[in-house]
Design a protein around this ligand. Structure first.
Ligand SMILES: Cc1ncc(COP(=O)(O)O)c(C=O)c1O
Length: 498
């Protein structure tokens, strides 16, 4: 860009008066002002809306999550997305990317899904939001009814919040408060699994064990007791995942023998510990944990925020162990990836411990301004309708089989320590040494090479460290899966050569 002289620069940056700006905005809001430029400005506008221009504007003011912003100074491109079409995203320059990670595991039925979109458009013209204390609305009522129907039996009450971490906060507080109301005030602690991830607000981060997120903030956090994860990757040579699950249950029993009196709940991600590296385990662990929690009078919190809504092959992961947790946390896919919403389902018996005369001071105290937002509830209802009308789980089984077939050759790769899959989640673990399963040093950022290769070749893959995983929207085709695996295969070779 040519250097502008002081006078030019002053004129270019001269701000319109506040009055002019407000009038313009008001006219625009009322639809009185044209927001599209006249035709002769089209080329100028195209440049202004290019990847380069939008990324530059973004980087001037926006601070992105989970990002060392310095990476965007040259190493990693910032990609402005202008449109979504099913499983594909389209950037401002028209380049297409297959969303292999469902946009942080939220999207189920494709971007800009017309069925969810149509339901939302109708809701937009009816009611956008209302305070959820003292007021209610049909989308929330209907959604609560449907969630009670489709989740494991015995979960009869629904508490809404507005994102996954908030749902975890709700479950932790509700569990603690239940015990307090029941006269067990000494129960103030939680047990979590090694390698677990439950979100990044302080409570949710407290029960998480992924060093990348937790280490820096550790001085601010509650200290949970960590129990060994039944992660099958950690099993001894020759030990089955099932046997390893039993060994971990024995360790959990020991912990509960010592600590149940001061423990509110055990919190787990059923079947797959996602952010911890797509670590997978046998359903027997959940069945055994249910029994232990009953025996030791401790709650069982199932965080199905990432694994719920069909990801693991069943609608909810807990179904594979035939267990009903005391709290089930849902979010992400709940709205098909359209809007933030979460729900914590619990048992009538827990609800009743809070139900008393106002003067008893037993009410559950937790509120977010956007609790039970009608638009988000409507998106969730449209999502559940798709599950009812389409053979989603059956189709996913076919897709998952195809993905498994395509990933099978990686088992023989000299620098792959593991290939694992549960339903529509699959992962390849890259290692420095196959025999000892020595990992690559995180600082080598091998996964980033796969990510960058993916961007160049039209695939959004976002490895977790050395773990390249696939968690696509359910609307992908077998050809889409082939594309993802082909790009990942080449990307892995680039990363390993680096
Ligand atoms: C299992 C699990 N729990 C909780 C969360 C937190 O959800 P959110 O990012 O909406 O706060 C996540 C997010 O990835 C998750 O995977």
């Amino acid at each position: 860009m040519p250097a502008a002289g002081p006078r030019t620069r002053r004129r270019r940056h001269a701000k319109p008066s506040n009055t002019h700006l407000l009038t313009t905005l008001a006219r625009r809001a009322a639809g009185l002002e044209r927001t599209h430029p006249p035709a002769d400005h089209t080329r100028m506008n195209a440049a202004a809306l290019s990847n380069t221009a939008l990324a530059a504007r973004d980087l001037r003011h926006v601070w992105h999550p989970c990002t060392q912003m310095h990476d965007h100074a040259g190493l990693v491109p910032m990609i402005p997305i202008v449109r979504g079409e099913g499983a594909w995203l389209v950037d401002a320059d028209g380049k297409r990317y297959l969303d292999g990670i469902s946009s942080w595991w939220t999207n189920l039925f494709g971007h800009a899904n017309p069925r969810i979109g149509a339901a939302l458009k109708q809701q937009l013209d009816t009611l956008e939001h209302v305070i959820f204390a003292g007021f209610t609305h049909e989308p929330a009522i209907e959604l609560a009814e449907q969630l009670v129907q489709i989740t494991p039996p015995g979960l009869d009450k629904v508490f809404f919040a507005d994102n996954g971490s908030a749902a975890i906060e709700v479950a932790l507080k509700m569990s603690f408060h239940y015990w307090l109301n029941q006269g067990f005030g000494e129960k103030t602690r939680f047990i979590a699994l090694t390698g677990s991830y439950h979100g990044e607000t302080l409570g949710a981060l407290s029960v998480s064990d992924v060093a990348l997120y937790r280490k820096t903030y550790a001085p601010l956090l509650l200290t949970p007791t960590l129990a060994p994860s039944p992660d099958a990757y950690e099993a001894e040579a020759g030990e089955t995942d099932r046997a390893y699950a039993q060994r971990c249950l024995a360790a959990m029993r020991k912990l509960l023998e010592e600590q149940a009196h001061e423990t509110c709940a055990v919190i787990v991600e059923p079947l797959v510990q996602c952010a911890g590296g797509m670590r997978m385990y046998h359903p027997d662990y959940l069945a055994g944990l249910r029994q232990l929690c009953d025996e030791f009078n401790v709650h069982f919190i199932a965080d199905e925020i990432a694994v719920g809504f069909g990801r693991t092959g069943t609608l909810f992961a807990c179904e594979q162990a035939r267990v009903t947790p005391d709290f089930m946390c849902l979010s992400k896919g709940l709205t098909g990836g359209f809007l933030p919403l979460s729900a914590v389902l619990t048992r009538d018996a827990i609800y009743e411990a809070f139900y008393a005369e106002y003067s008893a001071g037993k009410a559950f105290l937790h509120s977010h301004s956007y609790t039970g937002n009608p638009l988000a509830c409507r998106a969730a209802l449209a999502t559940l309708q798709i599950f009812r009308e389409d053979p989603v789980l059956e189709r996913n089984r076919v897709l998952a089989d195809h993905l498994a077939r395509r990933l099978a050759p990686f088992r023989d790769h000299p620098q792959v320590g593991d290939v694992r899959q549960t339903g529509m989640i699959a992962a390849i673990e890259l290692v420095r040494d196959k025999a000892s399963r020595t990992p690559f040093d995180a600082g080598e950022r091998r996964g980033l090479q796969v990510y960058l290769h993916g961007l160049k070749h039209g695939a959004l893959l976002r490895p977790l460290g050395n773990i390249v995983y696939f968690m696509p929207p359910y609307v992908v085709t077998e050809a889409d899966i082939d594309h993802l695996v082909d790009v990942a295969t080449a990307g892995i070779e680039v990363a390993l050569a680096g």
